[in-house]
Design a binder for this molecule. Structure first.
Ligand SMILES: Cc1cc2nc3c(=O)[nH]c(=O)nc-3n(C[C@H](O)[C@H](O)[C@H](O)COP(=O)(O)OP(=O)(O)OC[C@H]3O[C@@H](n4cnc5c(N)ncnc54)[C@H](O)[C@@H]3O)c2cc1C
Length: 381
């Protein structure tokens, strides 16, 4: 078991920032335009064991909390939101194994996942379930010591690039929400196939694909947690960790957009004056400052409180993701405005930041679902 101190966690985050700026940033636009998966970026992050940042110390990880996850993902997202989303989706599987995996799964997967020798993803969404995980149709029927899985998952980040998926299935349909389970399903399992990559507006380097399961035989030792606890496992991994990563992507995008807009407002001159002298541009910039800073401070606060009080990790994750994702669309949109026609062109990163930010109110759980979940928690209904 490692014993890690806070200053070492800070060093890991500084290292993430250095890798992001020196190695990932130069490739980000090129990868976006080619819809290319950021395999090199993951390799470099894996060489420094960065996925182990949030792995428990008992599993030989660095034991970082949500605050550290947010800080690391934000640094990646400032330069490449697609890489940050792939990283966050990977962390969801890693945390599920860390928190609820059996010894077999831990031994087989944790070391490779922490080095990005294997890539993880999660597969919940289906064509007919929207953000309602309880409405999935994919079934896993027990046959001897295996589960036989049939169904499909839709819009899965890292699609065919991942090696293993955290898959939500129905094991006992008649038990409703208590009849759902999570299985680790390997990519090379016979009976597993993929659809075409979605042609998305943004987050173009994330390779979103449909996954089909046709009589996939999955050994029972690949069950994560207990049978019937699928939604609980998803809550502990996707919601209590993944949602903070998702919110941090929005935070990184907003910070990057503000930096670019400020630079442009100082450098772009019209009739001998920088455009930043005009009140109209100043209003845009000040709104962006408030937007970017409130995302950052609110997210940090939600994460820090959840780190101290785990029973509110889910609701704080909902709030942080909702606020960050919606505000980041506004901030990145205003950055396009500050850059004028140049902001609308591929050569300038702000159009990518805006396109990427737009996807973040849709993935995992849409804003409408998050609003309803937050209100229900407050109203206790
Ligand atoms: C970039 C990206 C990455 C993704 N990555 C993954 C992944 O890795 N793994 C995975 O499992 N899934 C992933 N998804 C899928 C994602 O979870 C779904 O897109 C999301 O849950 C919304 O479902 P939908 O697209 O079917 O929209 P729909 O459910 O059809 O929603 C359409 C509209 O109706 C609203 N709506 C629907 N039902 C209700 C309701 N009951 N109350 C109020 N409003 C409602 C929605 O809020 C939305 O505005 C990803 C999606 C995106 C965009």
């Amino acid at each position: 078991m490692k014993t890690i101190h806070k200053n070492q966690l800070a060093e890991i985050i500084n290292l993430t920032k250095k890798i992001a700026q020196e190695k990932i940033a130069p490739q980000a636009s090129k990868f976006d335009q080619a819809n290319a998966f950021p395999r090199d970026a993951l390799h470099i992050l894996g060489e420094s064991d960065l996925p182990a940042l949030v792995l428990s110390e008992s599993e030989d990880g660095f034991g970082g909390k949500r605050v550290e996850l947010v800080a690391a993902v934000r640094e990646i997202a400032k330069v490449c939101a697609s890489t940050a989303l792939v990283f966050t989706s990977h962390v969801v599987l890693l945390k599920a194994i860390d928190i609820s995996g059996n010894d077999f799964l831990k031994k087989k997967w944790i070391s490779d996942l922490t080095k990005f020798k294997s890539l993880g993803a999660f597969a919940v969404h289906e064509p007919d379930c929207g953000s309602n995980a309880g409405a999935i149709s994919t079934v896993a029927v027990k046959d001897g010591r295996d589960y036989v899985v049939n169904g499909s998952k839709f819009f899965i980040t890292s699609g065919e690039e991942a090696n293993a998926y955290l898959v939500l299935v129905k094991t006992e349909s008649e038990k409703g929400l208590n009849g759902m389970s999570t299985l680790l399903i390997e990519k090379n399992n016979p009976g597993l196939s993929f659809g075409q990559a979605e042609k998305k507006m943004g987050l173009k380097s994330t390779s979103s694909k449909e996954i089909f399961f046709s009589n996939c035989r999955i050994p029972e030792k690949n069950l994560i947690g207990d049978e019937g606890n699928g939604l609980e496992i998803l809550g502990k991994s996707l919601i209590e960790w993944g949602f903070y990563g998702a919110a941090a992507i929005s935070s990184g995008l907003a910070i990057a957009a503000l930096e670019k807009a400020v630079r442009h407002a100082k450098e772009r001159t019209i009739a001998g004056q920088p455009i930043g002298v005009h009140q109209g541009v100043q209003f845009l910039i000040s709104d962006m400052v408030l937007g970017s800073e409130t995302i950052e401070t609110y997210l940090n606060s939600c994460a820090s409180i959840a780190d101290d009080k785990n029973d509110i990790a889910a609701i704080n994750g909902f709030k942080a993701k909702l606020y960050a994702s919606e505000k980041a669309i506004d901030v990145t949109n205003k950055a396009v405005q500050v850059l004028g026609g140049q902001g609308y062109c591929r050569e300038n990163t702000v159009e990518r930041l805006f396109r990427d930010a737009r996807g973040l109110t849709l993935h995992f759980k849409t804003s409408e679902w998050l609003r309803q979940d937050i209100a229900k928690a407050v109203l206790k209904i």
